[in-house]
Structure formats: C-alpha cells, structure tokens
Design a protein around this ligand. Sequence first.
Ligand code: SAH
Ligand code: SF4
Length: 419
Amino acid sequence: MADTALMPIPGMIDPVPTPREVTPREDGRVDLIGLPKKAIAALFEAAGLDAKAAKLRAKQVFHWLYHRGVTDFEAMTDIAKTMRPWLAERFVIGRPDVVLAQHSSDGTRKWLLRTADNHEFEMVFIPDADRGTLCVSSQVGCTLNCRFCHTGTMRLVRNLTPGEIVGQVMLARDELGEWPRGGGTMAGLDDVEDEDGGGYSPDGRLLTNIVMMGMGEPLYNFDHVRDALKIVMDGDGLALSKRRITLSTSGVVPMMARAGEEIGVNLAVSLHAVSKDVRDEIVPINRKYGLEELLQACADYPGASNARRITFEYVMLKDKNDSDADARELVRLIKQYKLPAKVNLIPFNPWPGAIYECSTPERIRRFSEIVFEAGISAPVRTPRGRDIDAACGQLKTAAQKMSRAELDRLAEEKQAALG
Ligand code: SAH
Ligand code: SF4
C-alpha cells in the first residue's frame, strides 16, 4: 500500500502539498467518514447501484453515520438485510486509532491518535461549566515553527484528510458516550442547534464547541478543513452551528477571505506581537504576510461584526511582548483598523527546551487592564491540561518528542534559514 508519506518541512513558511483526499487502507475498502453525501452516492453508483438507489442509500447512510454514530453497517436497520454485507465488503466506517488516552486532574482529556497509515496526531477535550470544547488538529505537525510552540518543532508534516479531521469529532462523541441509544430522535439536538450557549447540561451534550487549534495551521490545509467542517455543520448529521466553531490561524492572509466565505466560522488570529521585529521573530509567517496586511484581512473578514468578534490570541512571553507599551499599541492597532475584536491573553505554556518564560501574573493582569480600559474585552485564558501536556502549544506526539541535542540542531538550522 502506498504510504501517505510524511513530508519534510519545505521551508519556513510554505504550505505542504496535499497528496490525496482519502488515506488508502490496506484492505482496499474505502472509509466513508469525511465524504460528503454526493461522494458517497458516487461511490455507491460506481459499485453498481443505479443513480436513484445510490442517492437514497447515501442519504440513509449519512444519517446513520453522523446522526447516530454507528460504526457497523449491520446497525442500519432501514437498509435491507442483504444490502448490509454488500456495504461492509466495500466500505468501512472508520475512526482514528487511539494510541493513548489521558485524563488531566482538571478534567481535560487528551488523545494521541493514529491514522490508517501510521502517523500520530493529538486531540484535546476541555470541559467547562457551560460548554465542552474539542480542540481539533488539522495537520500532523506544522510547517510554521512559531518559536513558542511545541508543535512547530516537529520536523515532519502531513495534512490530515477530511476523514481524519471529522474522525476526531466522531471519536470524541464515542468517547464521551454522546450518541443516542435506540430509536427516535437525537436527545439534545435542539440544544446544540440553539445559538445562545444553552446546550450544555449534565444530561445533555458534552461536546458543544469546536476549535481548530490543535496541531497544524488549518489555512495551510484549507480544502480539507473546509470539507471537514462542512460535514460537521451539515444539518442532517452532526449539525453543529458555525457560531460554535472557531478556526485559528497564525495569519495566512491570502486564505482568510475564502475561510470567511466558504466556511463562515468564527475567526481567531494568533497575533502575539504588535511590532514587525517581535512578530517576525516569534511568528515567522509574519515575514511573508506582515502585520498591516493581516489586520486589513481581519477588517475585511466576511461575517465579522460586533456580535461576532474576531479573537486575537496573544501569548504572554516575559520581557518579549508583555509591556504596557505593547498593550497600548495593541489597542491602537485594533482601533486604527476598526476591528470588532476581543483579545484572548494566553499565559505561555512551557515545554522542554522552550526558550521563553511566561509573564508574571501581575504583568498579565496589568496588560489585560490596559486593553480592557480601552473598551476591548481581554480575558486571561486559564491554562488547561498542563499536567498531561494538553495545553495550547504543548501538543507534540510522543513519537516525535526530540532530545535536547536535536532541538539545538533545529534551532541552528532555523537561524541559518533566517540568514
Ligand atoms: N496553527 C494555528 C492553530 C493552532 S495553535 C495558530 O497558530 O493559530 C493554537 C494557539 O495556541 C495559537 O494561538 C498558538 O499561537 C498558541 N500557542 C502555541 N504555543 C503556545 C504555548 N507554548 N503557550 C501558549 N499558547 C501557545
Ligand atoms: Fe503552527 Fe500554530 Fe504552532 Fe505556529 S502556533 S507552529 S502556526 S501550530
């Protein structure tokens, strides 16, 4: 079987090519997870059904997959008994393999997952009082090398397929025990579809929100992320509202308008610095798409409004980006571009070999106050799951954890690349 090979990082700031939409399986069957209804119908037709039957079966199967969460064709009771083995010979309903499941003392859960062709990536679930957020990965590793991010030190990258992205949501639902049992409609569906945050309750849904903030840069895997999120939002299936989904980008400016138009979810931007020098250093994509361009793309983001603000993520790094002057400049920029914005201050989460320290709590508080006093919301994000390396920027698969010597070598290579 051809491997969907990991690719060496091609450069500091370039996307990786996308080899294929579906990861081939050794047994030759096709995994239906991640395929839109039309593609499922086309496969059924290619396997011998007439067009009308293929369309009808695709609709039924889609419902079973995403509304009911079944993983066995035998459970599809409205499909003829003779038809079920026919399906099972040709197709599977896949999930990423779980290599390791960890539970933090604060309730956060992290799963180390594996694709059908043996590449590892991570997914995190963060329960809160009024919501449950799944942090989904878009790539194995990341090409971008932000200096404070552990994922950025992974040397090899491959885009996840739509099936591997949707598969994370499916698996999370499995693990949280959230599929409806027996017949009837799905309990709590109305809650999930409402848009005022009322869906979470002890007997209702646990998974209410999705953030594309796991491993990888989602806008460097645009097509797959879009196709996956369309399935997650499909009213016949998982039916998660676009208002409950947030896509975070480090600033892939040319893709931002398309993200707004073609996906339409909430946007978060990893700003992290307000001057060219500092942002060039800590978020290297800034050398390709600078601050002005990025902020203009935010101002132009389709769908942003005072009711749907853009979130600016700002990691607090001691003596790097955390002064009063930085806070005031942040306010000035947001006002200059008239951005409907909120700021999310993220205390830096350390990892072995990181060259930064987190700002002091007093510094973070003062920074937050300055932004807040200018009329912009600036909450400090509580770090979650730090004890299991599940917090922002700590994700990196066990298989790829590097030795100190390897990290040093990488740092040298990075310096050389900067010239
Ligand atoms: N690649 C995308 C999404 C994944 S990262 C992006 O960069 O936006 C999710 C968030 O965690 C980003 O804002 C990222 O900058 C932040 N982050 C990365 N490393 C971190 C660390 N060590 N501590 C705190 N936040 C970090
Ligand atoms: Fe990639 Fe985001 Fe980490 Fe930067 S912060 S290296 S873009 S995952």
